[in-house]
Design a protein around this ligand. Structure first.
Ligand SMILES: Nc1ncnc2c1ncn2[C@@H]1O[C@H](COP(=O)(O)OP(=O)(O)O)[C@@H](O)[C@H]1O
Ligand SMILES: [Mg+2]
Length: 290
């Protein structure tokens, strides 16, 4: 069994920028429970996830990041405001909960591969179950996408037989099989050690350069945010709203050498105080992540 680093894949296959998969979050408020006595998680939050770009939302534990992602995915309602996917209102006045759909796929923090299915069976599961692709076509597409993501050789292994870093890559390929407009990633690398994380970041960028799907990525790791993001949205502690929005003008394609550049350090310096300040507030308030 061998896993090729995705970073070895050719950069010549960079896809053209796409014009779909943009999300607009307009003045969103989310209160869990009753309006007057419930818990205010998101407070008049407005920002955009531009199409074909990676937007990273960074903020302390319990500030409301997952709440926002769940509202985009359609897992729960908002209290007021609206969320658009391109020109379509996902939720807003008169329809406070978005309908979940294959155009927005969530890759969860703890992973969700079926352990009793092989990796390729996991990747082809969605399109085969939904009847949108015959098995042979799904197998071909999965094999090609897995090879592109540096996953050749593990198709017929089980998720339990590969490392957690490689599992994360399989999960992303599985999500992309459904041709989503946007991927919603909720701290996917949280449990990984920092070296594996750095490999995963380059692998994710490599997959992104080939597919140009819009990505909304949540983390509380500022370095991860600046390395991956076209845009970084720094959230306040709960109730969350953007404290600072940065356009990260470090050119793509990026690899880990950007971490030692002056520009990268400038972004870290510009943001670390803001993130730290919010983290202290969250700590003092005893916020816990769910
Ligand atoms: N289903 C829920 N019911 C009640 N409170 C919730 C629910 N989900 C999250 N919360 C609360 O909302 C706040 C924001 O949570 P969350 O969005 O998970 O934060 P983050 O992802 O930034 O860590 C937290 O105080 C959390 O305890
Ligand atoms: Mg969370």
């Amino acid at each position: 069994m061998s896993v090729e680093p995705a970073v070895m894949a050719s950069r010549s296959a960079v896809a053209q920028p796409v014009r779909q998969g943009g999300v607009r979050i307009n003045d969103v408020v989310k209160i869990y429970g009753a309006k007057d006595t419930g818990l205010l998680a998101v407070d008049h939050c407005t920002f955009e996830v531009p199409p074909g770009e990676i937007t990273v939302c960074v903020g302390p534990s319990g500030c409301g990041k997952t709440t926002l992602l769940n509202a985009i995915a359609g897992f729960h309602s908002i209290t007021s405001g609206s969320i658009y996917l391109d020109d379509e209102m996902l939720c807003g006045p008169g329809k406070l909960k978005a309908q979940p759909g294959p155009d927005r796929i969530v890759v969860f923090q703890n992973g969700a591969l079926f352990p009793w299915k092989t990796n390729i069976e996991n990747v082809t599961f969605g399109p085969i179950m939904q009847g949108v692709m015959p098995r042979a076509e799904a197998d071909d597409k999965a094999r090609a996408m897995m090879a592109d993501a540096g996953l050749r050789g593990i198709e017929h292994n089980y998720p339990g037989e590969i490392s957690s870093g490689v599992r994360r890559r399989v999960e992303i390929v599985r999500a992309l099989m459904n041709n989503p407009k946007i991927l919603l990633l909720d701290e996917p690398y949280r449990a990984l050690d920092s070296l594996t994380k750095s490999v995963m970041h380059e692998a994710l960028l490599e997959i992104f350069y080939k597919n140009r799907v819009s990505i909304f990525f949540i983390t509380h790791d500022l370095e991860e945010a600046i390395f991956l993001g076209h845009k970084v949205v720094i959230m306040t502690t709960r109730p969350c709203r953007p404290k600072k929005i940065l356009d990260i003008d470090i050119p793509h394609p990026r690899d880990y050498s950007v971490l030692t550049t002056k520009r990268f350090r400038e972004f870290m310096e510009e943001t670390v105080a803001a993130v730290h300040e919010e983290a202290i507030k969250a700590f003092a308030a005893g916020e816990k992540e769910r």
